[in-house]
Design a protein around this ligand. Sequence first.
Ligand code: GLC
Ligand code: GLC
Length: 822
Amino acid sequence: MIEPSTDTLNTEFGYFDDQQKEYVISTPFTPTPWINYLGNDGFYGLISNTAGGYSFYQDPKFRRLTRYRYNSVPVDTSGRYFYLKCDDEIWSASGRPVANQPEKYQCRHGMGYSRFLVNHQGINSELTCFVPLGEKAEVHRLTLKNAGARHRKISLFSYIEWCLWNAEDDGTNFQRNLSTGEVEVEDGVIYHKTEYRERRDHYAFYSVNQPISGFDTDRDSFLGPYRGVEKPLCVEQGQSTNSHAHGWSPIASHHVEVELAPGEEQTLVFVLGYCEVEKSQKWQSPGVINKTPAQELIKRYADNHSVQQALDNLATHWDKLLSKFQINSPDRKFNRSLNIWNQYQNMVTFNLSRSASFYESGIGRGMGFRDSNQDTIGFAHMVPDKVKERILDLSATQKSDGSAYHQYQPLTKKGNANIGGNFNDDPMWMVLSTVNYIKETGDFSILTEKVGFDGDESGEPDHFEHLKRAFEHVVKNLGPHGLPLIGRADWNDCLNLNCFSEDPNESYQTTQRGKSDIAESLMIAGQFVLYGQDFVQLCLQLGKAELAHYAQKQVDAMRDAVLKHGWDGEWFLRAYNAKGEKIGSHENKEGQIFIESQGFCVMAGIGMQDGKARRALDSVAKRLATPHGIMLNQPAFNEYDKYLGEISSYPPGYKENAGIFCHNNPWIMVAEAMLGRGDKALEYFASISPAYLQDVKSLHKTEPYVYSQMIAGSDAATPGQAKNSWLTGTAAWCYYAASQFILGIKPDYAGLTIVPCIPADWPSFAVSRRFRDAHYSIEVRNPDGLGSGKVQLEIDGKNVQGNLIDYSQFNGEHHVIATIVS
Ligand code: GLC
Ligand code: GLC
């Protein structure tokens, strides 16, 4: 058992412990709940720094195990709680919800687990919560130690509140659900079986591996009338009521008496599990559920030894995943970002898209088509097989005209008809994800996988055909200037040029009034040139010369259209609206410059030769950059304009209206790196990357170890304040920008290329990179302070022409030295 530590690096709220790969939080009262994610394969738990949050299996809407109240006061009061009572003192093993504060508190969020260390009145506790690999369960291990000199008797109460599975119904349909709740209690295990009598073939349970001296399954009996979780009556009285829930609000609470001699410690193991049972096997006897699967699960974690084993396996698993890419640069914060937390967040965004966080309620959005495609670029090196599966799932929701459903539900894998499609940037993101996957793995077989359109399982076409139709969808949907039609919206969901809404009850995302054959997007134009070129390269790889030739012509035509109709003098325009007027031009009063088209046109290489690219990025630096990151547009929109839509609905400085919408900042980092300006690229990276932001945390408010979607821009009343942490495309994109463009360790079809663009004053850096079946230890040297330029390659002591580590020659273990030369 470890003790809460104090560290010299301790800042107001906490610090990084890189050795343990943990973020250590030193107070329950962080500005917002600072959370972690447990589980990475079906069973998930969201857990705050005081053990608040909830658990679900696969789908946070349809299979919610425990109840959580968003928007509650005090915030974050629902979770896995352990109440300790000793000598009439009551406190929590995770710092809350009991108001009485322990003498010492610490929370350590690590890779797939969270630990809570609390010392109070001579009793030390350590609570560790995690989801064992491959298990549909959360394990809560609680160790209690008597650190004092006298004999102690502790009354321990566990507490979770069941959600009646469908989280939306659970929070709204009270006339039904106050009558449906059902539980069973057997051998100290509390089973939650609401709706099992009818169509469900799953139940949940909460167990403890010690004899109990009481239990409660009815919330009001445990808490007492008109009380909250901060002061349950049963805990106050030191006794459970053995209540049995019939409807109302079922919970699971165990009461365990623990006696400890001086110096003695005891470990209890609680399991919160989910079981599916075959329809024919549902009942053990009439009305009594089949408990065999639960009993087997409980047995696997019967003692501390097996729990420790599972924790060790989890640690090994993460070490292995993270070891695929490790960087050692002169900048410790950069290393910490990339080696630990950024990759960790990439796994979470890959798994959950934008569905369940403390800002996404888990009942709204499914998996986003563009979001999920982009999330793969931060994750393909970690678990490529899952990426392949995800891309093919996305592909299956594409329609035969090449367009895509904007979202799909993870449980059914069907396109979400409520939101529909016509977000015209969606299709081309699948070219990015697929090409990135093939370059990482060398696995071209993804292209010949059979995938139907729009959920058609008998579908014949292969995945390559889907990419071709994505490409064609842009070609067939061009507007008056030969630029791509925007449809409902492009990447910026809030620039709704065909919506014209004056009714507050309408959705900006689904309402359309414009004819949709006029408004055009320069962001999609840049995206098409960029990923269109990738499509051409892919065709060439496959020997499809004719298609490559055709595609190249379309790409060239788009580049010409951008240069002819998309340049505003000092930067790229953003769009043409439904009346054919310019958006993002110096001629406009507000919204004169936008970040998206600068990022995408420069990343596509447009204007590289004639200085336009450089001028566009200089304009970004001059007009959009702030110390907290790069704003989305300037000047902000001050009034609502129905021809612009949701973007103008936000108060100036927030969200897509001139906020720092972090997701698009790495586009500028990539663009700067392509221009060879490594110092600038790193400056932008540092301005939004969590590892650099310790000092501004009280301002920032959100977790200092992960990216947030948005930081308020300079027009806001609260500039620098972040919101919506965790589920943002920023994670994958920042990792992609930093690893592939700043460090320049870039997968290609034939192998790994080295194209660094680093700050001039970095003398060198080293990367350990697992690539397909090879492992490369790469040292990049920058002896002349150039930062970027030509590279001289030496592999295993021998000079090699060019900057490619050719995989066909160098699989296995190799040492690479790349020297930047003029
Ligand atoms: C949100 C959406 C994403 C969109 C972005 C900008 O993050 O999930 O799809 O691109 O906002 O509007
Ligand atoms: C809202 C949000 C935007 C998000 C969209 C997704 O418009 O402002 O960020 O992409 O919802 O539906």
